[in-house]
Design a protein around this ligand. Structure first.
Ligand code: ADP
Length: 172
């Protein structure tokens, strides 16, 4: 699998699936989640409501992933995953890694060959970018998947630089 990094907006990626840094309610939020629902239109939220009324009555648990349509977005699917809130006193990194590996599993089930990821948990959920990047890249690199390209979409120059350095370190 090829790991690529781009600076940009995840909602603009023409890939098979984009990953949403959702919250457990699946009913929308800020950051990536807000942008996806705003740009993708009401169909995504409708499918999320159906998921809440069926398989995920209690919400989507942290570290898990589930797919919906991508509405009006260029991608075909949105894979929603719930990152852990960062906590200094508790190591939640396996949950963060799980967001990436579970999303790739869902991508495999869908037959998605190209998947775009945001830096899950590094926004409102407070995860330090360098640690979030290290966990993200090693989880994706270590996963066994049929996905051909995992593209990390970093919103600003700082996040891009941090991911670039973490990737260099990982492949050195
Ligand atoms: P979380 O609640 O998991 O922390 P956020 O959506 O708040 O998720 O932020 C996750 C990361 O995505 C942050 O680094 C944020 O800067 C970045 N981000 C926000 N909007 C976008 C976007 N449209 N495309 C790509 N990345 C984004």
């Amino acid at each position: 699998m090829e790991i690529t990094l781009v600076r940009g907006d995840i909602t603009e990626q023409a890939v098979d699936a984009i990953v949403n840094a959702a919250n457990s309610s699946l009913l929308g939020g800020g950051g990536v989640d807000g942008a996806i629902h705003r740009r993708g239109g009401p169909q995504i939220l409708e499918e999320c409501r159906v998921l809440r009324a069926s398989r995920y009555g209690g919400g989507l648990p942290t570290g898990q992933a589930v797919a919906t349509t991508a509405g009006r977005l260029p991608a075909r699917w949105v894979i929603h995953t719930v990152g852990p809130v960062y906590a200094r006193k508790e190591d939640r990194s396996s949950l963060l890694a799980s967001c990436y590996t579970e999303s790739l599993k869902v991508a495999d089930e869908l037959g998605a060959a190209t998947v775009a990821f945001p830096a899950v948990s590094t926004g409102v959920y407070g995860w330090p970018m360098d640690d979030g990047a290290r966990i993200a890249l090693s989880a994706v690199r270590g996963a066994s998947t049929r996905v051909a390209e995992a593209r990390f979409v970093l919103f600003d120059a700082t996040a891009y630089a941090v991911f670039d350095e973490a990737l260099t370190r990982l492949t050195a």
